[in-house]
Design a binder for this molecule. Structure first.
Ligand SMILES: [Zn+2]
Length: 57
């Protein structure tokens, strides 16, 4: 995954507006508040709740 740091700075969770954590291993951006992981496809974050993966505890 090769994300622009400037882009990362402005990305927030579309559901709760929290800042996101990067999961480099899974190519995902994680919102720990919503417990959702947004996929990154071809280095482009997919910031759609409908595309996000729910994180199990
Ligand atoms: Zn969120």
């Amino acid at each position: 995954m090769n994300l622009d740091p400037a882009l990362l700075d402005i990305l927030v969770c579309p559901q709760c507006r929290a800042t996101l954590a990067v999961d480099v291993d899974r190519d995902e951006l994680v919102c720990h508040l919503c417990r959702l992981a947004y996929p990154v496809r071809d280095d482009i974050p997919v910031m759609l709740v409908g595309e996000a993966r729910s994180l199990a505890d």
